[in-house]
Ligand binder design. Sequence first.
Ligand SMILES: *Cc1c(COP(=O)(O)O)cnc(C)c1O
Length: 359
Amino acid sequence: MSKFTSVLINRISPYAPGEQLRERKYIKLNTNENPYYTSPEAVKIINESTLKNLNRYSDPECTELTKTIADYYGVESGNVLVTNGSDEAIAFAFYAYGQCGLQYPDVTYGFYDVLAQLFDLNVKHVPLNDDFTVDIKKYENCGKTVVLANPNAQTGIELNKSSVESLIKNNSDNVVIFDQAYVDFGNFNAVELIKKYKNLLVINTFSKSRSLAGARVGFVVADSALIDDLKKVKNSFHPYNVNSVSSALAAQALKDDEYFHITVNKIKKTRDKLAEELKLLHCSVLPSAANFLMVKSAALGGSDLYSKLKDNGILVRHFSDSRINDYVRISIGTDEETVILVDRLKKILMENGNESFGN
Ligand SMILES: *Cc1c(COP(=O)(O)O)cnc(C)c1O
């Protein structure tokens, strides 16, 4: 660090993103990206006429994309705010509603702690149950802003509709933030509840199910009063927060519903098949409603398994938090990548646990 920093930055410890190795030699299953390319219909939008307007600022209201999102989910444009990735939406929401303190699980998306520290907010971490499920009773009328990734990050476990609704209903004096980065791989989308509950803020992203991680587009759906709060933060921080190329891409990707369903269904199928195969290799796998699996081997600890997979050309994610450090997180890739993964994993486990797996 330089000698010029303000005390404000001395106390923060930034998010450590998963490795983004630029060499292509690894099978990359570490950052929950979509293994399938962006919708070809969306890519077609990037032509001379889109690029010719880059001398002008982007539309600060993201009018087109906002309307496309609103129509898709059956809400009004005033219920939607488009952001630069959903990380930005989380930041706006923490800034707007964090003063009363935040409450979220001990095992969840690591960026929440980073942002809470940046904005100097108090956090109550509530331990997940032993089976990594959320005990919703511990969140009822807690007097803090509730933040839940659903399906939860790092576990993939999803709350059902009645739990989600009961949580929102029993926190009518606080905002409840649902971070739905993985929702399209699961079974329940809370967006349908925003008309009924004025304290519900739903955050979504184009990064995972829409194959647009590199475009950086996220969005919030909520009652218009909450959206107006977030707009106030946005316009105090970065009025032109979404670039024109990304917003054109995202709008077209959302319209290409057929491609979306095909790719999402493929990922869900691959996920469920992989979970079964891993169990045959004596691994335990958390029940996932996301595009990744948390996997624990009977033969090798999480950190060893991560290194051995890396030595074998496969990049997965390992977290050092004590509750999940026995696990590795494997993002769902293509079927071809999954065959190679299972093959190499089997070899690694046989070499290290003297196990044999039949066949
Ligand atoms: C990936 C992820 C995000 C960030 O998504 P971006 O839109 O790419 O910023 C937010 N929350 C959770 C739980 C995630 O897994």
